[in-house]
Design a protein around this ligand. Sequence first.
Ligand code: ADP
Ligand code: MG
Ligand code: MG
Length: 250
Amino acid sequence: MLKIENLHASVEDKTILRGINLEVKAGEVHAIMGPNGSGKSTLASVIAGKEEYEVDNGSIVLEGEDIGELEADERAHKGVFLSFQYPVEIPGVTVTNFMKTAINETRKAKGLPEMPANEMLKLIREKSELLEIDRKFLSRSLNEGFSGGEKKRNEIFQMAMLEPKLAILDETDSGLDIDALRIVANGVNKLRSKDNATIVITHYQRLLDYIVPDYVHVLYNGRIVKSGGKELAHELEEKGYDWIKEEVSA
Ligand code: ADP
Ligand code: MG
Ligand code: MG
């Protein structure tokens, strides 16, 4: 699904990623953890193709295609989804209508006609039932007065509707309460399939009690310095990151 090799990237001429190697296969969930400032959000942004970030070396290959030179929207159309950390409020545009537009834009980019209304309704019904989202929520104005949990619910709904091949969830919001954590975790678990892959970036070990990752990677100073199974997350919860920093400098 995704193969990153020797990825070096910078922002505003400052080198942040210093040789990332990461392979994510279809069906897998990978967690990326690490101390603040280690480059986790930068990695997410670079994979998604945000333009402030410069790839200086290495490659990002999605299903055999090097996507490193593509614009963010082209990558999105190829199935890369990055959760929005700072959701915009769009008064007057409902959760549903925003989604309809997003889906039809993606179809247009692929040369497909608009999704027929009955098919769209069926898709909305199917996904909202799967995620236990009620109708009232779907007709609310996008992000207007949303609680932290509702923002997460909307994000997960967007992910469900767009059916990405590779979803990257960057949980930077320190205000995530237990309800929001559960919404994210339930969504990821229900949307998991053998055909997609998920990268969850988090410093909450707690989130990984609900989403059980296949692999956990620790990012430190722009490099993946340790990888393991789900038990690595527990070890980090217990011992923090200092032992990793010591191992790296030894
Ligand atoms: P993490 O998500 O692991 O906390 P980040 O990727 O957000 O780490 O940040 C890594 C480093 O890159 C930090 O020093 C941060 O200040 C810097 N950085 C990230 N994005 C930008 C940006 N858009 N402009 C300037 N510096 C940035
Ligand atoms: Mg940060
Ligand atoms: Mg971050």
